[in-house]
Design a protein around this ligand. Structure first.
Ligand SMILES: Nc1nc2c(ncn2[C@@H]2O[C@H](COP(=O)(O)OP(=O)(O)OP(=O)(O)O)[C@@H](O)[C@H]2O)c(=O)[nH]1
Ligand SMILES: [Mg+2]
Length: 574
């Protein structure tokens, strides 16, 4: 393909135009009767009769193919959600009668104000039932955690007590409440993954997770724990988070490096233990910071009530390599590749404004098709693109793996009563790829006769990590991708990892192109739906030497898209 084949067209799928929105209510009765008042009665009657005659075929067609949104929403919501399940191959869609469990197998609890977070109660109507059941032990630990958070969370007596201790600089060993403070940092996909990792760490260490709200966290996610808040109070005394960096003197790694307090190995420190410490777990962390993943350092960290953590990585796989947590983690997640799937569905509920974006888009474009394919395109180039080698890769992957039909020059002769429909949901910062795919399926029929529609909710052109509307759209798009039936993602992208984990989907991942050349093969199916830890430590804590941490146990492997990354897979044998 030559570069000319990527054409720029004004995108018909920009933010839905309220003026052209078919779901918009009709003009108000006042306006209509005012206009009608100028018409003589017989003319009104004639116009009405003609209108009825003209609209009759359309009405019959709509009711035959079930496009009436009102009817669809009402019937489906009452029965089984906004979802039409495909019938027999080639046949019209049929409804599934499987009952929907709005509490996701006990993962969620009731008792929240429904109106304050609609997605918590409504998302089940948009999702397929997960094939992964949370373990009874995970449910028990989540309930215990909720009780702990309620007891020690913001504005409680115990919280105020530990804040007083923090202010006074005193450390009280064996404090009743201990905390992990998560610093808002990096792209939204990364933030979601680090929050899930920090929550798991909090569960394992009986700490309370508090979330620095940064510029927009409160606008994106509902409160996940009942009758309390996970947001760090604004008057929290340590507020110089931006100064906490790799070189900070408050960092645990630097304290170890500079012998401020050396660990004697049995959890007994040689120096005075501070009331708080900064954990630098970002991609650029050093060898001393990485000791966080050693059991003996954890013994020492247990004595520090406040851990302030900054990370941009999904560090869960390395927790699975720590002997101290092995048994507990196996009990929590007997199926090891479901960590983010369960924790993600437990923690991340879009706020009403984000949920509106998800809901409206889904109902407008995805609810009625027989099948949906999500394609998440992330290009790590300095120029915006679109790039021909990326388009070739997308089409090469979807054709080779038979996710999308080929096109033909031959127009089909017959017209069958029922035509299968497939929607492609593209997410990308650039609109070029979806425009091209849309044109391809408009200009040419699909070989299998399917009707393919292509949608892209936004094309923001470049990353704007701190901008609120931008992040709301990014979150809505990750969520929408997670609602598709089949997913294609891009290498190295945390955006795609979030979608696959929430959706319980094992995507086809497109390999990262080198030298602007389409990789061969263009993609492969992933081993598990778990995200990849991009910057894991390669260290044997016992032997104190370097080691390949992707070759220690069968359930922590190197990632498909990053040779040195680690991810969890559901395997007990090599
Ligand atoms: N709306 C939208 N925003 C995107 C898309 N891809 C990337 N972004 C934006 O760019 C940011 C990228 O950060 P992440 O969410 O971490 O995604 P990522 O693909 O891992 O990208 P990097 O952080 O740059 O490695 C997101 O937070 C969004 O703000 C997309 O397809 N749609
Ligand atoms: Mg990222």
């Amino acid at each position: 393909m030559d570069m000319k084949r990527i054409r720029r067209h004004p995108s018909p799928v920009e933010d839905p135009d309220p003026e052209s929105d078919p779901a918009r209510p009709p003009a108000t009765p006042e306006k209509r009767s005012a206009a009608a008042g100028y018409m003589p009665a017989f003319r009104q009657l004639a116009v009405f009769a003609i209108a009825v005659l003209m609209l009759l075929p359309l009405f019959l067609l709509l009711s035959r193919s079930g496009i009436s949104l009102d009817r669809f929403v009402k019937a489906s919501f009452e029965k089984e959600g906004f979802r039409v399940v495909s019938g027999e191959e080639g046949g019209p869609p049929v409804s599934s009668n499987a009952p929907k469990d709005r509490f996701l197998g006990g993962l969620l609890v009731d008792g929240f104000d429904e109106a304050s977070c609609l997605s918590r109660y409504q998302s089940v109507m948009f999702r397929k039932v997960s094939s992964y059941i949370p373990s009874p032990y995970l449910l028990k630990r989540l309930r215990n955690y909720e009780a702990l958070h309620k007891r020690c969370g913001p504005a409680t007596e115990l919280y105020n007590k530990t804040i007083d201790q923090l202010k006074s600089g005193r450390n009280v060993e064996s404090a009743e409440c201990n905390y992990v403070v998560w610093i808002s940092y990096s792209g939204l996909g990364n933030r979601i993954l680090t929050l899930a990792s920090s929550f798991l760490y909090a569960l394992l260490t009986n700490r309370v997770l508090l979330v620095d709200r940064g510029s927009d966290m409160a606008d994106l996610f509902c409160e996940p724990f009942p009758e309390t808040s996970w947001l760090l109070p604004l008057d929290f005394p340590i507020n110089q988070f931006s100064s906490f960096q790799k070189e900070s003197s408050e960092s645990y790694g630097n304290m170890l490096k500079n012998n401020v307090f050396a660990n004697s190995g049995d959890g007994v420190p040689k120096g005075k233990i501070p009331p708080y410490i900064y954990l630098h777990l970002s991609h650029d962390y050093g060898d001393h910071d990485k000791l966080f993943f050693c059991d003996e350092e954890q013994l020492l960290l247990q004595k520090i009530p406040w851990l302030v953590l900054r990370s941009d990585n999904y560090f869960v796989p390395s927790l699975f390599l720590m002997p101290a947590y092995e048994k507990e983690l196996h009990q929590l997640f007997p199926k090891r590749d479901t960590v983010f799937h369960h924790l993600g569905r437990y923690l991340f509920h879009p706020t009403n404004s984000v949920w509106g974006l998800v809901k409206r888009y889904y109902l407008a474009y995805l609810a009625k098709v027989d099948e949906s394919v999500g394609i998440q395109i992330r290009v790590f180039e300095t120029e915006p693109g679109p790039f021909q080698h990326v388009l070739d890769q997308i089409l090469g992957c979807t054709r080779k793996e038979k996710l999308l039909p080929d096109v033909t020059l031959q127009e089909p002769i017959g017209l069958t009563a029922y035509i299968r429909s497939k929607a492609i949901l593209v997410t990308s910062l650039n609109s070029g790829y979806s425009e091209n795919i849309r044109n391809m399926y408009w200009e040419n029929p699909a070989t299998n006769g399917e009707i393919i529609s292509v949608y892209q909710p936004s094309h923001e052109e470049f990353q704007q990590t701190e901008k609120q509307t931008h992040n709301r759209k990014a979150w809505a798009e990750m969520y929408l991708l997670s609602l598709t039936d089949t997913l294609v993602t891009s290498s190295w992208s945390t955006f795609g990892y979030v979608a696959q984990g929430l959706g319980g989907l094992k995507p086809w991942i497109m390999f990262k192109p080198e030298n602007r050349t389409t990789p061969d093969p263009p993609c492969r199916r992933v081993m598990s739906m778990e995200p990849c830890f991009h910057a894991p430590p390669f260290y044997d804590c016992k032997a104190k030497t370097g080691i390949d941490t992707g070759a220690l146990v069968p359930y922590v492997r190197h990632c498909e898209d990053m040779d040195w990354g680690l991810k969890l897979v559901d395997r007990d044998e090599w």
